[in-house]
Design a protein around this ligand. Structure first.
Ligand SMILES: Cc1cc2nc3c(=O)[nH]c(=O)nc-3n(C[C@H](O)[C@H](O)[C@H](O)COP(=O)(O)O)c2cc1C
Length: 200
């Protein structure tokens, strides 16, 4: 499937065939594609928590106010993001470039994010958001349906997955075989309202 076709085809799907399986290898492949998304200084803040334990999925469904797709889609992936990733493993993240360039990137990232808590959080969510969009477009290209979600009790889900300190959940993603069409699009804002030339 061509990228533009996948962008147009992707919709938020809320009802899935619970009997339909996606293999662990294919989930891994989708995550590897998501990991090709861009991040500032190649920080790669993300972790992808794949929930395949049905009891845990049911508990997360309850925390998501009973939204059935959480328990019924083939895959439930929590896109989680580390607000302190900018100070972790930065030399490893630049291991393929000459050492002086790697050192420069790691040092610059440290100076850029140090003591800027709001920016650290924004950046972590930004990276997770790019990865989420790549994940759902890759799933679409493979013929699956998907949904991105934040309709859940974050504190409760943090607790259910033992979320480490400094991490935040960006959003959930469900992927599977849809059994109900999406509603017609809710209503797109007009291009005139969102395309701004040069300055506000
Ligand atoms: C960050 C985010 C959170 C969302 N949370 C939920 C959710 O909890 N439950 C749900 O049914 N849809 C959720 N949606 C889906 C939106 O309602 C949907 O993307 C929007 O209406 C546009 O429709 P489309 O995705 O089909 O194009 C969420 C979407 C995003 C991007």
């Amino acid at each position: 499937m061509k990228t533009i076709e996948a962008i147009k085809k992707r919709r938020s799907i809320r009802h899935y065939d619970p009997a339909f399986k996606i293999s662990d290898e294919e989930i891994k492949e989708l995550i590897e594609l998501a990991m090709l998304s861009p991040t500032s200084y190649n920080i790669q803040h993300w972790k992808f928590v794949v929930i395949d334990n049905q009891k845990l999925r049911n508990e997360i469904k309850e925390a998501a106010y009973g939204q059935v797709q959480v328990a019924e889609a083939s895959a439930l992936i929590l896109v989680v993001t580390d607000t302190k990733a900018w100070e972790k493993d930065m030399f490893e993240k630049w291991k393929n470039v000459p050492k002086e360039i790697g050192d420069f990137m790691a040092t610059s990232a440290h100076q850029f994010y140090l003591d800027r808590e709001q920016l650290q959080r924004d950046e972590a969510i930004r990276s997770a958001s790019f990865a989420t969009q790549t994940l759902v477009l890759a799933a679409t290209a493979k013929g699956y349906e998907s949904g991105v979600m934040i309709g859940f009790d974050f504190d409760k889900v943090d607790e259910l997955i033992n979320l480490p300190k400094d991490y935040i959940i960006s959003n959930l993603v469900v992927i599977g075989k849809g059994i109900k069409e999406a509603h017609p699009r809710g209503g797109q804002t007009s291009i005139e309202k969102v395309l701004i030339k040069n300055k506000f």
